[in-house]
Design a protein around this ligand. Structure first.
Ligand SMILES: *[C@@H]1O[C@H](CO)[C@@H](O)[C@H](O)[C@H]1NC(C)=O
Ligand SMILES: *[C@@H]1O[C@H](CO)[C@@H](O)[C@H](O)[C@H]1NC(C)=O
Length: 355
């Protein structure tokens, strides 16, 4: 299947799902509540029961040390040194652990930390977990990302003020699902995608003045779930979700927005894989047109996808033309992955032609 290789990655890493995960059927029979139960069931402030955090410093620790580490971690991340940033954040997490341990051991009234400090440390905890999860996610360390997103969720939900359908909770659930999907934990991934999408859909439906952020988040959830289904060869269902995502993206982000073009392209792929070539070609052309007008970095990939779709339609000449322009663009952009993919497609087409 040619198209399987022409998978396009999108913003938010939602669409970076590997295409080579084995084709497992998705279990549809898992009850919906399970995911919610899983999250809430973890509840409490049991973040540190895992007891894996070493004490990093001995003696009394002062908040400035923590503050300093978090600040340095941020700086390292901005400088692009994500590995070092993660090390600092883990140390910060160790410090927070120690603070919380100390306050737990102190008899009431003798705690060295007053309530203001506790709130501050709680804020640090959320921030550090969020940052650790984000960085692991960006580095595609899926197991770690899953771990930290779980801790973050627990932490978010342990606060009385955070409702279960808070945008932040939904976003973290979505990323957790993506991290699960990358580890072939398909049951969990499906539960998570479904829970996040249904929850935000309900919120948007029931809130007349739902914020653009909530609407955009619904689009991102639909896109994440649809793209996942596409990677699992569930093209027809993927097309349904992605066309809903497309509508929202056009509405909230605009017709020319990069995210809109990424969805257009993925939807084209979903249609092509479910045999709806005409629709597929139409959307692929739209993605290419907008990408050309906006000098979007995905252009070579969109063009390559258009070529592949034309080839599936039997229009070999036009297909080759598109693939050659795509190759030129990929060359200019030094996009080795796309170059190789196009090269393979062209080689395959020549082989077929000479048979
Ligand atoms: C983590 O990523 C999200 C966007 O996906 C962002 O809103 C959040 O601020 C990031 N967290 C940190 C601590 O940078
Ligand atoms: C395409 O593949 C052929 C061999 O299959 C190779 O000789 C050629 O250098 C490749 N071209 C590019 C642009 O990667």
């Amino acid at each position: 299947m040619l198209l399987a290789r022409t998978f396009i990655s999108g913003r938010l890493q939602c669409s970076n799902l590997a295409q080579d995960s084995s084709l497992r059927r998705i279990r549809r029979s898992v009850p919906d509540e399970l995911w919610a139960l899983l999250i809430v069931g973890l509840g409490g402030i049991a973040v540190f029961t895992v007891a894996e955090y070493k004490k990093v410093m001995s003696g009394k620790k002062q908040p400035p040390v923590l503050q300093y580490k978090v600040k340095m971690a941020k700086k390292k991340a901005l400088d692009g040194d994500k590995g070092q940033s993660i090390i600092l954040l883990k140390e910060a997490l160790g410090l927070i652990h120690d603070y919380l341990e100390e306050t737990r051991e102190d008899p009431p009234g003798e705690s060295e930390l007053d309530d203001k400090d506790k709130i501050k440390i709680q804020k640090y905890l959320t921030h550090v977990l969020d940052q650790l999860a984000n960085l692991s996610f960006e580095l595609q360390k899926w197991k770690e990302a899953e771990h930290y997103f779980r801790l973050l969720l627990r932490n978010l939900l342990s606060s009385e003020e955070t409702p279960k359908d808070d945008d932040g909770v939904i976003e973290v659930s979505l990323k957790l699902s993506i991290a699960c999907a990358h580890q072939d934990k398909h049951d969990l991934a499906v539960l998570g995608f479904k829970w996040a999408t249904d929850t935000i859909q309900k919120k948007v439906d029931e809130t007349p003045d739902a914020t653009d952020n909530s609407k955009a988040l619904l689009g991102v959830c639909l896109e994440g779930w649809g793209t996942y289904l596409l990677s699992q060869d569930e093209a027809a269902q993927a097309a349904q979700l992605l066309s809903r995502a497309l509508k929202i993206s056009k509405e909230v982000l605009g017709e020319d927005h990069e995210q809109t073009t990424v969805i257009l392209n993925n939807l084209a792929k979903a249609y092509a894989e479910s045999g709806k070539f005409e629709l597929a070609e139409e959307l692929a052309r739209e993605a290419v047109r907008i990408a050309e007008e906006t000098q979007n970095t995905h252009l070579s990939r969109f063009m390559a996808n258009l070529g592949t779709i034309l080839n599936l339609e039997g229009n070999v000449l036009k297909a080759k033309e598109a693939l050659r322009s795509a190759l030129k663009l990929a060359n200019e952009a030094k996009d080795e992955e796309t170059k190789e993919m196009i090269n393979n497609s062209l080689t395959e087409m020549d082989a077929n032609a000479s048979q």
